[in-house]
Design a protein around this ligand. Structure first.
Ligand code: MG
Length: 276
């Protein structure tokens, strides 16, 4: 049993890489205040942005969905946000929640003689966020120390797949920069589909579901695991290093067939309590 192929899938941002807090606190939130002129309500808006994106069941949601959600709240609570309905309509109906799809929608609205201002503003915010992220000092974007240590050990023994919704080139470069790419067997990202689809493709490489574990920090990672009938190991936000330190004993249990429903439920309890 111990020689059976084990696959450990890991999400990247906020799971292995300690980048979620810094990106939201220093880039996404402040750009929102700037682009939408929310200086008067800055403190409350920033706090709400961080709660939605870091400490709720929505943790890890797409940037445009998060934008739409907070603008709807601001419109009700603080000040009128023109065109929030247009943005909501786009997020609910677009084929992809990406800048390319947003750009196409802007062009289409203009061609039909409609005002694309609300979508244009969302794009302005998104592009400003990208610029701010690029300006973050590289030294401040690093893996959690325990994640790096544990991954290097596990990589020597088991198959590791990075399952992320990031841009593929940026993802690989980041893992290479931190000398973690060498412990990875598969890189699966944006171009391979959703995380659910990525895991489904990996299962075709000949792993039994009972020997596959998805390691993640967001409810979306849990849903991707559940949809494929594989186990999920939570990296609890705020307790990332401690979570990684406990992973190896759980992998040992998985490898010897001693990881089951009971172990899974015990691990999920703290995670779902925190992000509800
Ligand atoms: Mg994540």
């Amino acid at each position: 049993m111990t020689d059976e192929k084990i696959l450990i899938c890991v999400d990247s941002d906020g799971c292995v890489m300690d980048v979620m807090d810094i990106k939201h606190i220093r880039c996404f939130g402040p750009c929102l205040v700037k682009v939408y002129g929310l200086e008067e309500f800055e403190e409350a808006v920033l706090q709400r942005w961080n709660t939605i994106n870091l400490y709720s069941a929505e943790r890890g949601i797409n940037r445009f969905q998060a934008l739409c959600r907070i603008l709807t709240e601001i419109d009700k609570k603080y000040k009128r946000v023109d065109g929030v309905e247009t943005l909501r309509d786009w997020t609910e109906n677009t084929e992809a929640l990406s800048e390319a799809a947003l750009e196409a929608a802007i062009r289409e609205m203009r061609a039909r003689g409609l005002s694309a201002e609300p979508l244009q503003r969302a794009m302005e915010w998104s592009v400003l966020v990208n610029t701010q992220i690029r300006c973050l000092p590289e030294g401040e974007l690093a893996p959690y120390p325990s994640a790096a240590r544990v991954l290097r050990r596990l990589g020597a023994q088991y198959d590791i797949a990075v399952v992320s919704s990031a841009n593929p080139a940026a993802l690989k470069a980041e893992w290479e920069r931190h000398k973690l790419a060498e412990c990875v067997r598969y890189f699966m990202s944006q171009d391979c589909g959703t995380k659910e689809e990525c895991i489904r493709r990996l299962l075709r490489e000949g792993y039994r579901r009972e020997t596959v574990l998805m390691v993640g920090d967001a409810p979306g990672d849990l849903r991707a695991a559940e949809a494929n009938g594989v186990y999920f190991y939570p990296i609890v936000p705020g307790k990332e290093n401690a979570s990684w330190d406990r992973l190896e004993e759980n992998i040992r249990r998985l490898a010897s067939g001693l990881f089951g429903k009971k172990e899974q439920e015990a691990l999920l309890k703290e995670f779902t309590e925190l992000l509800k």
